[in-house]
Write a protein that binds this ligand. Structure first.
Ligand SMILES: Nc1ncnc2c1ncn2[C@@H]1O[C@H](COP(=O)(O)OP(=O)(O)OP(=O)(O)O)[C@@H](O)[C@H]1O
Length: 242
């Protein structure tokens, strides 16, 4: 039976007078692949930042594995749209943070670079890589130390369509192999339905809809179309057309 990893209870977030998250209540199970979708400004990234402990809730509580998140959530890693690689460090050093004499860390970095198909780029510098390669390095870096929770904040938004599809497949492969709980924020409804086992629509600062997707991977376009259509109705109209 699945265990609950993350409990989000009655969470509200204000920026001044702006109420950007209202009474969010949700449980995320261990090993789930969750997608948060919805119109821009709805509060998806804010929710992700609260889970990462990069910001504090105004009211309510978020707990991971029974522990309230208070300060940086050290059992999670975040990957953003911009890769945030350190330009003065090689790819390998970006993963090990320069601790190349730490044999275990170096071995983990090399293993991850192999998994993201960048074995030959360990000594390259970020500026010499393509956008897709840089995001693969960022993904490998996020997986160093095997985080319990992987938080993806629109990480594929700046990639071309083909590279984006390949990255989706790579993330799914690593998620399946490592069984890490993953939360993806995305504008792309098809991406959400293609990848996630559980999808939440954030609309007007609330959870407006949730659905479970148990279709086997890889998911063909025809297999994702019905749920994607339903979600688009919720995002645009706030209700499902009958
Ligand atoms: N640090 C901040 N200070 C003030 N307002 C903020 C701050 N961060 C976010 N907001 C506001 O909170 C609201 C929610 O923003 P958030 O980035 O969470 O939305 P989102 O659904 O992720 O949007 P997008 O898909 O465009 O990233 C927006 O109105 C935004 O302007």
């Amino acid at each position: 039976m699945a265990n609950t990893l993350l409990t989000i209870q009655n969470v509200n977030k204000y920026y001044g007078d702006a109420h950007v998250l209202r009474d969010i209540d949700l449980d995320i199970q261990s090993g789930e692949f969750v997608a948060l979708v919805g119109q821009s400004g709805g509060g998806k990234s804010t929710l992700l930042r609260l889970i990462a402990g990069l910001e504090e809730t105004s009211t309510g509580e978020i707990a991971q594995d029974g522990h309230t998140i208070d300060g940086l959530n050290v059992n999670s890693r975040v990957m953003f749209q911009d890769d945030r690689l350190l330009p003065w460090m090689s790819v390998q050093d970006n993963l090990t943070f320069g601790h190349t004499s730490d044999k275990a860390r170096l071995a983990e970095a090399q293993k991850l670079l192999h998994e993201v198909e960048l074995d030959d780029f360990a000594n390259a510098y970020p500026d010499s890589l393509s956008g897709g390669q840089r995001q693969r390095v960022a993904l490998a870096r996020a997986l160093m130390a095997n985080p319990q929770l992987l938080l993806l904040d629109e990480p594929l938004g700046a990639l071309d369509a083909l590279t984006r599809r390949k990255m989706q497949e790579l993330i799914l492969k690593l998620w399946q192999e490592r069984q890490m709980t993953t939360i993806l924020v995305t504008h792309d409804v098809n991406e959400a339905v293609r990848m996630a086992t559980k999808i939440y629509v954030v609309r007007d600062h609330e959870i407006a809809w949730s659905g479970t997707n148990n279709v086997a991977y890889p998911r063909a376009d025809e297999a994702i179309a019905p749920m994607a259509g339903e979600i688009m109705d919720v995002i645009l109209d706030g209700h499902v057309d009958q």
